[in-house]
Design a protein around this ligand. Structure first.
Ligand SMILES: [Zn+2]
Length: 505
């Protein structure tokens, strides 16, 4: 089966399907946008337009509804000169068109479409199939983000999580606090790491998403069944905003957007009421901008030295009868979780920010190896989890450290007993950008590992992955995207090893 990600069920049928400029399409109203999208892809590939007809018997391509199918699922039956696409929702229909795009070879120029007859019944393994991009360390704007949404949606990934804020930059327009973009989105230099050495350059780096950018991105992504999940990382990783509003920290002494990458001890003060109000104001605007059910609040790498020595933080611990600074972080998160819940939002926190007393409604994003056991415990105790193992799906790692195969072989259920599988919402890849300075580097690291991530998120079967990957690589060539070409060479040198085993669709 030459579709990536691999479909859940497929079967070859003897016979073949062929259409040219005389082909007609019949479509139920609900799926017209998807049928038009297929027509556009066919025009781009073959130079002819599909004609729409109201007479189903005249059609060679039919889009029909079956409300019983899974929300993101679809069925394609190609037989006796007709391709019938059935789905329950526009999301399922979108994915059916993406599968037809691969079956019909629509990313290359051709004069007509020829394809073997066959049957596909498909739906995702996980509802949460995510990818996170850090646009705080190095900023990537609307054009790159739209391109990433395109690439994700083609392989049926459906959550783009944006790491919008960090010590080195605040990348989202917030009307109430203009210094977050005027000041906190600019740093005067960056740490450069080469061969074990590092230095700070004096090249300014700046950028942020305006509210108009976000609205455009959210709408563009929604058309492609991709949800944009915002992350405001706190109480650590907040130096850029603290530099703009120094009263937010325990010491009030930070006045510069951080240039080094390592973890800063300067974090939000957990004893100051004004800090809570400030964050709630930001969250108000975040919730207005992003319709996603989720708001990610980061929570990792929180050095609590300042809290131990801060009068306000110690008073807050004493008032709340908290035994540890870890519990103070749990309290802080709980304040924002409750606030966001009132707005209908679910909070995601990275696993190092979650203690035993954390509310069970918090989704835990599990990323560290040592915490993997904890991940299993979190899932076992009723916490929903998103799996993002650092050594498997953190795609900024060099290919020598993280091979395509390693990403492909990620097991999201590792150490989780079968009875708790329902608590695993899905899997998310991550690309942190401390050392990623431009688009060329970004796409080289991302591609084709994003395809392996998608394969893993959609289906646990990975037969003939490299063979099916060839069409994706051809598309990257067409789009002039930089990607790791090692896999092309490997396939060309040894095509038999990756040849399909009996599937002709
Ligand atoms: Zn404090």
């Amino acid at each position: 089966m030459k579709i990536l990600p691999y479909p859940q069920k497929s079967e070859n049928i003897s016979g073949s399907f062929c259409i040219d400029g005389n082909a007609k399409v019949f479509c139920e109203n609900e799926f017209v946008p998807q049928a038009e999208r297929l027509a556009d892809l066919i025009y781009e590939s073959c130079g002819f337009f599909l004609q729409f007809t109201d007479v189903i018997e005249q059609a060679q391509i039919i889009f029909a509804k079956d409300a019983e199918l899974p929300a993101e699922g679809y069925v394609i039956m190609i037989s006796r000169g007709v391709a019938t696409v059935t789905s329950a929702t526009s999301a399922g229909c979108f994915y059916a068109v993406e599968s037809l795009r691969q079956l019909f070879n629509l990313d290359v120029k051709q004069t007509r479409i020829v394809c073997s007859d066959g049957y596909i019944e498909d739906s995702p393994r996980f509802a949460y199939r995510g990818f996170m991009l850090d646009i705080a360390r190095h900023f990537f704007g609307l054009d790159v983000l739209k391109r990433i949404v395109d690439l994700m949606s083609q392989v049926k990934l459906n959550k783009l999580h944006l790491h919008l804020t960090d010590d080195q930059g605040f990348r989202l327009q917030i009307d109430k606090y203009p210094r977050l973009t005027e000041f906190a989105s600019v740093r005067s230099g960056s740490e450069v790491r080469t061969g074990g050495e590092s230095y700070i350059d004096d090249v300014p780096h700046a950028g942020y998403l305006s509210k108009q950018d976000v609205a455009e991105l959210v709408a563009y992504a929604a058309d492609r069944n991709v949800e944009i999940i915002p992350e405001i990382d706190l109480p650590g990783h907040f130096v850029a905003a603290i530099a703009a509003y120094p009263q937010l920290s325990c010491t009030g002494s930070v006045t510069e957007v951080r240039k080094k990458w390592s973890v800063s001890k300067d974090i939000l003060c957990a004893g100051n009421d004004n800090v809570y109000d400030f964050v709630k104001d930001i969250l108000d605007e975040v919730c207005e901008l992003f319709p996603s059910q989720y708001v990610h609040l980061g929570g990792e790498d929180v050095a609590k030295d300042r809290w131990c020595n801060c009068k306000l933080c110690r008073e807050r611990m004493s008032q709340l009868k908290l035994d540890s600074v870890e519990e103070l972080q749990t309290h802080m998160i709980e304040v924002f979780r409750t606030y966001l819940q009132q707005k209908g939002k679910t909070v995601i926190i990275r696993n190092d920010g979650i203690t035993a007393s954390a509310d069970k409604r918090i989704v835990s994003q599990v990323w560290t190896k040592v915490r993997h056991r904890k991940a299993a415990r979190l899932a076992n105790s009723g916490h929903p989890v998103i799996i993002s193992p650092r050594r498997r799906v953190h795609l900024h790692h060099d290919y020598n450290a993280l091979s395509l195969k390693k990403t492909l072989k990620t097991n999201p259920y590792r150490r989780v007993p079968k009875s708790q599988y329902a608590n695993v919402l899905g899997i998310e890849g991550a690309l942190w950008t401390q050392d990623v300075q431009d688009e060329q580097q970004l796409f080289y690291l991302l591609l084709p590992r994003m395809d392996a991530l998608a394969e893993c998120a959609w289906n646990k079967r990975h037969r003939d992955f490299l063979h099916r990957l060839q069409k994706r690589l051809a598309l990257y060539d067409k789009l002039q995207l930089n990607y790791n070409r090692k896999f092309v060479r490997k396939h060309n040198e040894n095509p038999v090893a990756d040849a399909p085993q009996g599937d002709t669709i």
